[in-house]
Write a protein that binds this ligand. Structure first.
Ligand code: ADP
Ligand code: MG
Length: 499
């Protein structure tokens, strides 16, 4: 790579960065210079330790992602890594030669050698709020396509994201580990990690939280435009727009233009609504074709969403497809500790353990119970004890659906019909075995948060479609079959009595 070419590429790179990175990180990259470019690695210098640490811990994925885009757009090999080091004053002369070839560092300010105080000064300048990307810049010719300066708070409000739904506030556990790391990968390189990313799981298990955490992280680290919308809103807006051609255009634009990252919550809601579904499918294809990131959530596995276009289902299942399960006891404990700490409350260990063992439905309810306990203790100046927790939780839970495990359900069904565990798990299609088997699958689907593939595994390694058709058959028969209704009611009674 010749000197001019590399100088040119570096300046293109900086310009692309300006468009992607959030202004709060601007000071950190302003001081960046490039010491060396090879086919596989660019050695980038930053002026001080704090920049180095921020760049290395928060920005590397993004910086590399932008770099790869730029290299690709120039027809160059994009398999290039960035390596960061401190420039130090003595490195001044060896810093990127662009400056002598007329290409300035990012803002046009003399930043190739700067210390912490300079960075702080720039940070302060940006916080006070100057024109986006620094009006002093001399090499930003295409400032016309940049949005006018808006504060990060305004951007967040526009995106409809809640700030509290962050990665920092999300507790990791076995139940959500894979979904969480996929979400972080997407936040680190939107449009290229998993696209679309599809997160599914039962109500109150953290799907919206995780989805918004992606959006918040992208807003914090880039200048990408994020839009969060529930499918219900999408459907309503789309239906309203359908009343006129002009409105439809406006709606389409609002969903496609000015969006880099679309977060669509509870996509199962779109199922069965044919015209809206087509509209969504077109939006979806359009955004993906333009390299925009899409994140979707659903309360069920893509295979279980009935009434959706098969092409759409297969796009949902294309690569990034992750579930969130009910957190285990330890994770529930960790969630309680984190949430109470956030409220400034010290939750005694025994109370936390008691709550984590009692409230095993979902995180939203766990959080609700915690709030009730804290509220009551504050209102009545009462210490938080197991007795208080018991008083507040028990009555609530007596009438609640209780989450069971598959083994409990299977053994209850076996006892009820007088068949063995081997028989219910076996392959025989005899009615006296297949009937209880279907009932057990239906009950497991209703009273656990397991996904269909997991249920298939729990029922002797069956395919998820087998479980699905069993559940559907029972749901259907329940409408008219009194004997079936009675059987299920009786088994459920026995199941809940045991607890
Ligand atoms: P869903 O969209 O799956 O119905 P939400 O994302 O709305 O669920 O989560 C419900 C509540 O539980 C939210 O307040 C969220 O912050 C909290 N929550 C869920 N999972 C976690 C977790 N792993 N760590 C911390 N809070 C969580
Ligand atoms: Mg939700």
């Amino acid at each position: 790579m010749g000197l001019m070419v590399s100088a040119d590429i570096w300046s293109r790179y900086l310009e692309s960065l300006k468009k992607r990175i959030s202004e709060q990180y601007f000071p950190y990259i302003e001081g960046m210079t490039c010491r060396n470019m090879s086919e596989t690695r660019w050695d980038v210098c930053v002026p001080d330790k704090s920049s180095l640490s921020i760049v290395e811990t928060r920005l590397t994925a993004l910086l590399e992602d932008v770099l790869h885009d730029v290299l690709r757009s120039q027809g160059l090999n994009d398999d290039v890594k960035l390596s960061f080091s401190l420039s130090g004053v003595s490195d001044k002369s060896s810093a990127m030669p662009e400056r002598s070839s007329g290409v300035l560092p990012l803002s046009g300010a003399s930043m190739s050698v700067c210390d912490v105080s300079t960075v702080e000064a720039h940070k302060a300048a940006f916080q006070i709020g100057q024109t986006a990307f620094g009006s002093s810049s001399t090499h930003v010719e295409d400032s016309s396509d940049m949005e006018p300066f808006v504060t990060s708070e305004e951007v967040r409000i526009k995106s409809k994201l809640k700030q509290k739904f962050s990665f920092d506030n999300f507790v990791m556990g076995g139940s959500n580990q894979e979904a969480l790391s996929a979400a972080k990968a997407v936040a680190g390189s939107p449009g290229s990690a998993f696209n679309p990313l599809f997160i599914y799981g039962g109500a109150g298990l953290g799907k919206t939280h995780l989805m918004q955490a992606i959006g918040n992280e992208i807003l914090d680290t880039t200048r990408l435009r994020v839009r969060y919308i529930t499918s219900e809103e999408f459907v309503n807006q789309c239906m309203n727009a359908m009343s006129g051609i002009r409105q439809m255009e406006v709606f389409r634009q609002s969903m496609r233009d000015n969006i880099d990252v679309l977060l669509l919550d509870d996509v199962q809601f779109i199922a069965g609504k044919d015209r809206t579904q087509m509209e969504f499918f077109n939006t979806f294809n359009d955004l993906i074709a333009n390299g925009k990131q899409i994140v979707l959530t659903s309360d069920r596995d893509p295979h279980d969403i009935s009434d959706i276009d098969e092409r759409m289902r297969s796009r949902f299942c294309s690569n990034g497809w992750f579930d969130i399960q009910l957190p285990d006891f330890e994770t529930r404990l960790a969630i309680l500790r984190k949430k109470s700490r956030a409220e400034g409350i010290i939750l005694p260990d025994d109370v936390a353990q008691y709550m984590a063992s009692k409230v095993a439905t979902n995180v939203r309810e766990l959080e609700g119970c915690l709030k009730r306990i804290i509220g009551s203790s504050q209102a009545h100046h009462e210490a938080i004890t197991i007795a208080l927790a018991q008083r507040l939780i028990e009555p609530f839970y007596q009438t609640r659906q209780i989450l069971l495990n598959v083994e409990a359900i299977v053994s209850c069904v076996c006892t009820y019909f007088g068949i063995s565990h081997e028989e219910i798990m076996g392959r025989s299609r005899k009615k006296e075995l297949s009937y209880p088997r279907k009932i057990a699958m239906y009950l497991a689907r209703t009273h656990t948060s397991l996904s269909l593939p997991d249920l298939g595994r729990a029922f002797g390694g069956r395919d998820h479609t087998t479980v699905l058709s069993a559940v559907q058959a029972i749901v259907n028969d329940l409408k008219t079959d009194n004997e079936l209704q009675l059987n299920i009611k009786t088994i459920e009674k026995k199941l809940f009595e045991k607890r």
